[in-house]
Ligand binder design. Sequence first.
Ligand code: NAP
Length: 248
Amino acid sequence: MSKTILITGASRGIGRAAAVLAGRRGWSVGVNYANNRAAAEEVVGLVAEAGGRAVAIQGDVAIEADVISAFDQTERTFGPLDGVVANAGIVGEKQLLAEMSAERMRRMFEVNVLGAYLCAREAARRLPTSLGGRGGSIVLVSSVAARLGSPFEYIDYAGSKAAVDTLALGLSKELGAEGVRVNAVRPGVTETDIHASGGQPDRAQRVGTMTPFGRAGRPEEVAEAIVWLLSDASSYVSGALLDVSGGR
Ligand code: NAP
């Protein structure tokens, strides 16, 4: 069945791979991005090439009006939503907690926690069957950092992802009778730009060699789990925290 979905942070990395995979299923995709319009437009083209439809939507997930607007634009373009992927996220530079500024921690929690909660809230206002929605699936992109704690690197990031896990646990119960499933995918170290943005461009390769598989994951491997959770194939799965971490 064709679906309409919104993916935040879909211009690069894991979100981009999920958008392209959704395109292969013929789905319609709202491709949210923060700054990189050219990358988002490229993803729109790739989704179309794959057999789906897409629209690029600028917006900062930490800003409530931007989140609402991203939902509105997706629904105006493609019709009612069936799924939402709260994927946009940031890391910070490698620091001890003792070194972190309040400003850094505030931005971390604004994007990773408030952003995910606003997206989930907006989905919870639109997808439930009792509110006239079609039911559907909410996928939150967390991280194995939520259970590892990321000591000596970014404890703030790890804590932000623990809040995302808890969102999946609670909201899945609130929406269970509404035809809406809520799950979190927890990637391990994955080959994307996020590591360079935190000042460690070699991190995926370095940490990857220390995992049971001896390598980092690819964004496409995480996308498979996201799209499965969006699809009807996972119809009895809700409240799950699915690690895609090569056994780490
Ligand atoms: P990435 O390659 O750095 O891409 C980040 C994406 O998020 C980009 O599309 C970016 O848009 C967008 N974005 C950043 N801040 C945003 C904001 N405030 N509002 C809207 N969009 C925003 O990241 P990634 O590695 O694919 O990470 C995706 C998710 O997976 C994140 O939640 C991350 O924490 C999680 N994760 C990643 C790894 C990993 O090793 N890569 C591991 C565990 C979990 P622009 O292109 O416009 O900047």
